[in-house]
Design a protein around this ligand. Structure first.
Ligand code: CU
Length: 493
């Protein structure tokens, strides 16, 4: 495996440290921009339509003007409502405040006139109560925002199939939007340091999918993400105060398929490991070539994508050739501020480089519930089901339940339970080849942030994983393997 590793251990730690240093200094210099944001409520270029969106609960604090429907769709709505909003909730925490009032960084949704906090990865939705994260700025007509995290991880996976490794993983995401015509034009970039960990990724029992070298499957390892995880542009055009049509194009980007990618869900973002259901639910989050068109009506969204079915190859630093040979459609609904649900379907052409004659139909359904409580704390849970129908081949289900408790002041707790119908894990064991076996994993962990500033937190964490395996797999995985990670995290929020 080590022959695939392009960077030695020393080199990747140096890269990681350089990234931390870069993040830290940017964070400090961006602090001013951010403070500026919080007070620039009279800036005419800013779009405060979110403050009048129908989900806005401030109407109950404003009995005379019963604005259950905004009068103007876009950019005309900047008026006294904003000030009232602030005085009505003087003690609100940053997260709670943002969740209740939309967003005071000058950004409304990229895809419609709703709070920015509703937008997850790609064109996916999360609950409106999701945390308001990122460092905001304003450059001319452009509203900008960036955030990111970096984990330095020591990973030890137990049993005969286990291994250990020290590596860095994370992402940096930057986005900007500006008015264009009647609508909103946006650009986004998301980068990952994962390629520095080497082509074979990191040990993760029961994970499968993609390849390290173009010859062998990655089994019991999580593939590294590509350096460029998203380079995308969006345009949305309002149809009314609460409805819009939008276009999204990415190279790479994320098609309208599955729940938001795990690192963009509040319930999953704090765990340093990828879910083993990744290839049942959200593995298409890095797709080289995506075009999506959609319609937003109030709290509903319907969208369809054409995209390249093939997973990224083992060369993690490049931009691969786009192709639109696969299709998906997704229906999303945020019935209340705390809840976001979706169902989606995709027909994926030849996703796996090593099984080019197999296509895949994928069906997913998921719900995310995010409840703020106390002074800026959050509890978020995601339940998801994904079905892979291999054509030709088996029909394989995966289930995920994950939850995180994020206490504002220092502690994050997270847990994830998964159940997956697997054929790949044991394809090298002749007696088991072709069998569909149900495997289960449960992880629980926490992070203690010993340093916390307005936009930065630095902490240490640990997690432990246990498994429930069928008897037939115990000879190869051991009767009761236990795995764990310890890690340090820098998060820019
Ligand atoms: Cu991924």
């Amino acid at each position: 495996m080590h022959t695939f590793v392009g960077f030695g251990r020393r080199a990747h730690w140096l890269c990681a440290l350089a990234l931390i240093a870069a993040l830290g200094s940017k964070s400090a210099s961006a602090q001013q921009a951010s403070e500026h944001d919080h007070s620039q409520h009279t800036m005419p270029a800013m779009d405060h339509s979110t403050h009048q969106a129908p989900i806005n609960k401030t109407t109950k604090t404003k009995p005379p003007a019963k604005q259950t429907k905004p009068k103007a769709p876009h950019r005309n709505a900047h008026n006294g409502a904003h000030g009232d909003t602030h005085s009505a909730k003087p003690a609100a925490s940053h997260a709670g405040h943002a969740a209740a009032n939309g967003d005071h960084g000058g950004m409304t949704g990229f895809l419609g006139a709703y709070p920015m906090t509703r937008e997850g990865s790609g064109t996916s939705w999360v609950p409106d109560t999701s945390p308001h994260e990122g460092i905001h700025g304003q450059v001319g007509e452009w509203s900008t925002m960036w955030h990111g995290y970096l984990n330095l991880i020591y990973d030890r996976q137990g049993g005969p199939r286990g291994a250990d490794k020290t590596f860095a993983a994370g992402m940096v995401m930057a986005m900007a939007q500006r008015p264009l015509g009647d609508g909103t034009f946006g650009v986004r970039a998301m980068l990952s340091p994962d390629p520095f960990m080497g082509n074979s990724g990191y040990p993760l029992l029961l994970a499968s999918g993609e390849t390290a070298d173009g010859r062998s499957h990655l089994i019991d390892r999580q593939h590294p993400h590509d350096l460029f995880m998203e380079l995308a542009a969006t345009y949305s055009h309002p149809l009314s105060a609460t409805s819009s049509v939008f276009l999204y194009a990415g190279l790479p980007g994320e098609p309208a398929l599955g729940p938001p990618a795990f690192m963009h869900r509040t319930s999953g973002a704090d765990s340093p490991e990828a879910p083993i259901t990744h290839h049942w639910l959200d593995s298409t989050h890095i797709t080289f070539g995506v075009v999506t068109a959609g319609l937003v009506v109030d709290r509903w969204k319907i969208e369809a994508s054409a995209f390249r079915g093939r997973e990224p190859d083992q060369y993690r630093y490049d931009i691969e050739a786009p192709k639109l040979d696969s299709f998906s459609a997704r229906f999303s609904w945020n019935p209340i501020r705390e809840l976001s649900m979706q169902v989606s379907w995709g027909r994926i052409r030849s996703p796996e480089q090593l099984a080019p004659n197999i296509d895949e139909d994928r069906v997913t359904a998921s719900a995310i519930y995010t409840q703020p409580f106390g002074n800026g704390n959050l509890w978020s849970t995601t339940a998801a089901w994904g079905r892979k129908v291999l054509r030709p081949g088996e029909t394989l289900d995966g289930y995920l339940l994950e939850s995180a408790l994020v206490f504002k002041n220092a502690v994050t707790l997270f847990a994830r339970a998964e159940r997956v119908a697997e054929t790949e894990l044991h394809e090298d064991v002749p007696a088991l080849d072709g069998h569909v076996l149900m495997v289960n994993k449960f992880s629980v962990g926490g992070i203690y942030d010993f340093y916390r500033a307005e936009h930065t937190k630095i902490g240490i964490g640990a997690l432990v994983s246990k498994y429930a395996l069928p008897d037939s797999l115990k000879p190869i995985y051991g009767s009761d393997p236990t795995s764990g990670m310890i890690f340090a995290r820098l998060k820019v929020i």
